[in-house]
Design a protein around this ligand. Structure first.
Ligand SMILES: [Zn+2]
Length: 293
């Protein structure tokens, strides 16, 4: 996890260009020198290259319908076999969707000419994975598809092909600061989710989906203003999306003995607590008083 960096690189503004994949890799924007997706199931995918390698790719600029990796003939770009979610990059894009991780998009000159550089490769900013599904592609094989959506319209680079733009554009746009709004997971919430085996501490639900498990790290005392709670294990619960939503909106709360109550004060049951997980009762009380209990 330590190596893989999600989001904007401080020294690589949107619009940066390189001539070769090796240079893109050396800049840290997209590490693999051949593969189109950088990432793993455990960590998520931090970057992709869109370069016409797959016949089913569709590029609309601010939205990309990206084809997963594998099963294609590198020469023609045609699919010759089914794709699998076991492929690390494909699974990584699912993780990025589930965890809300931003994906750096690099476009190459072999992509859709409307949105691609005329030569070499260009960093086009951060996208999120909005959706994924499988379907039978043009050549009759099962492919995985990912809908990627540019994070913020005002941060969009102009998608007109730039002729002879030198590497090291002196006045590029950047989109620094987007990451904090997007990343829904942290090392802390990931560790808590893992401790509970991704089961909800209220209802014990375990939500398996192809490529991952849906679970959320819920901060007892909210992170943002005005609550300014800390991102520490003592302040994080592993919840299913329903109970996370209920907890954040006061539909459920905890008493100091960690009994779960509904909004009317009725006891629902005991919160599951792992022996290694100390929950700070101060944060529990803070949350409870927000809802008048
Ligand atoms: Zn639940």
């Amino acid at each position: 996890m330590a190596d893989r960096f999600f989001g904007e690189l401080a020294d690589v503004p949107v619009g940066s260009e390189w001539l070769t994949r090796l240079q893109v890799s050396q800049a840290g924007v997209h590490r693999p020198t051949v593969g189109g997706i950088s990432g793993t199931k455990a960590e998520g995918s931090d970057s992709i290259v869109v370069n016409g390698g797959y016949e089913d790719d569709e590029d609309f600029g601010d939205e990309i319908y990206y084809t997963g990796a594998g099963g294609n003939d590198p020469g023609s770009g045609k699919q010759v076999a089914d794709q699998s979610l076991d492929q690390p990059g494909n699974a990584g894009l699912v993780t990025s969707e589930l965890e809300g991780l931003p994906v750096r998009v690099v476009r190459g000159s072999k992509g859709d000419p409307k949105y691609s550089p005329t030569a070499g490769f260009r960093y086009d900013g951060l996208y999120r994975v909005a959706d994924h599904w499988s379907e039978i592609g043009k050549s009759g094989f099962r492919i995985w598809r990912y809908k990627l959506v540019r994070l913020s319209e005002q941060e969009a680079v102009p998608y007109t092909p730039q002729v002879n733009l030198p590497a090291g554009n002196p006045a590029p746009r950047t989109s620094t600061g987007i990451v904090t709004r997007v990343v829904r997971t942290t090392a802390v919430s990931e560790s808590i989710k893992s401790l509970y085996g991704y089961r909800c501490q209220v209802c014990n639900t375990h939500l398996d989906v192809p490529g991952g498990i849906v679970a959320e790290g819920a901060h007892v005392r909210g992170l943002g203003k005005p609550h300014s709670g800390p991102d520490v294990p003592e302040n994080v619960l592993c919840l299913c999306p329903n109970h996370h939503a209920l907890f954040d909106a006061g539909g459920i709360y905890l008493s100091d003995d960690l009994t779960v109550h509904d909004m009317h004060g009725h006891k629902i049951g005991a919160l599951t607590r792992h022996p290694k997980h100390q929950i700070d009762i101060g944060f529990v009380g803070y949350h409870r008083q927000l809802w008048g209990h």
